[in-house]
Write a protein that binds this ligand. Structure first.
Ligand code: NAD
Length: 298
């Protein structure tokens, strides 16, 4: 069997095209385009490239995107002050604020993320938004988790009653995705196993997965023998590896072997990555709509 490829790029384009008329409408209502501010700290090449693709995608749908570049030497207190100033709109009106991760080791990322106003937290990493998701009444769903769910829904893969195995329990991917897929409704109602670095006999668990999601950060960790024949495999990982004198991106899934065992696999690049960006734009449009909604009666 050769698996179907789950094309995230095409789906992301569709999602972004659907956003264009919504952006036009809200621009008319509020007299300006929705605006996203991205805070980028230091000179990590991968972060700079992710931020550039977010900026370009925002502009393509009519969202204003501004990057605030902050030197690597910044402190937690300075960064918190910057994020709060952006939140107070000292640098112009703003609907979405995103702090690109990872932050330098000497900065306390949790404290900085807590400074993002929850009503503009388009990454969904603030405790208030994480809490709302855990209670089954999400506001901003973390973009990668939302993208994985969109990919599953778009492929027509049933989640209800299915066993989903997620490898990786980070606050930004694995944990929110587990909550999302276990929540009630379409794209949910799954039985979820959340595996991590202390999971014993990982292969015995991943082989049970109707849907297997890898979000680990270890190149090609998931091999064909770890996959249930006919299962669906979604690769969140983005890892740069050296290939001779060139480097290339690979996921956490050994695509070339898994493609022979699974029914469907997402590639890297061109899988979950573009969907993460599309979901960020959806969250920004949602933030702009919610913040500018006319106050309800009473
Ligand atoms: P993280 O480092 O915060 O978490 C990694 C998780 O993997 C941890 O929960 C850890 O317990 C688990 N783990 C580590 N070794 C393991 C092992 N041998 N077996 C089982 N579990 C193990 O990573 P993250 O931020 O969640 O990112 C994971 C990957 O996804 C990275 O490659 C990252 O670049 C990528 N990523 C991609 C997108 C995207 O848009 N596609 C977005 C975010 C992250």
């Amino acid at each position: 069997m050769t698996a179907k490829q789950l094309n995230g790029r095409e789906l992301a384009q569709k999602i972004q095209q659907n956003l264009v008329p919504q952006v036009v409408e809200i621009t008319r209502e509020i007299g300006r385009p929705p605006r996203l501010v991205v805070v980028l700290v230091g000179n990590v090449a991968a972060s700079a490239s992710y931020v550039k693709s977010k900026e370009a995608a925002a502009k393509r749908v009519g969202i204003t995107a501004d990057i605030f570049s902050i030197p690597e030497s910044t402190t937690t207190a300075e960064l918190v002050a910057t994020v709060k100033a952006i939140g107070r709109e000292e640098h112009g009106p703003v609907d979405g604020i995103l702090v690109q991760l990872p932050l330098p080791d000497h900065v306390d990322a949790r404290t900085v993320l807590d400074a993002v106003p929850p009503d503009r937290d388009v990454d969904g990493f603030h405790a208030e938004n994480a809490g709302l998701l855990s209670q089954g009444r999400p506001r901003f769903i973390p973009c990668t988790a939302a993208g994985v769910q969109k990919m599953i829904l778009d492929a027509g893969v049933e989640t209800r009653g299915k066993h989903v195995v997620i490898v990786g329990r980070s606050d930004i991917v694995g944990k929110p995705l587990a909550l999302l897929l276990a929540s009630r409704g379409p794209g949910g109602d799954a039985t979820v196993s959340l595996c991590h670095s202390h999971t014993a006999n990982l292969k015995a668990i991943t082989r049970q997965a109707d849907i297997l999601v890898a979000a680990v950060g270890i190149p090609q960790l998931i091999t064909a023998d770890m996959v249930k024949p006919g299962g669906v495999v979604i690769d969140v990982g983005i890892n740069r590896i050296q290939d001779g004198d060139k480097s290339r991106l690979v996921g956490d899934v050994d695509y070339d072997t898994v493609v022979e065992a699974a029914a469907a696999v997402s590639p890297v690049p061109g899988g979950v990555g573009p969907l993460t960006v599309a979901m960020l734009l959806e969250n920004t449009v949602l933030a702009a709509k919610e913040r500018n909604k006319a106050p309800s009666d009473g």
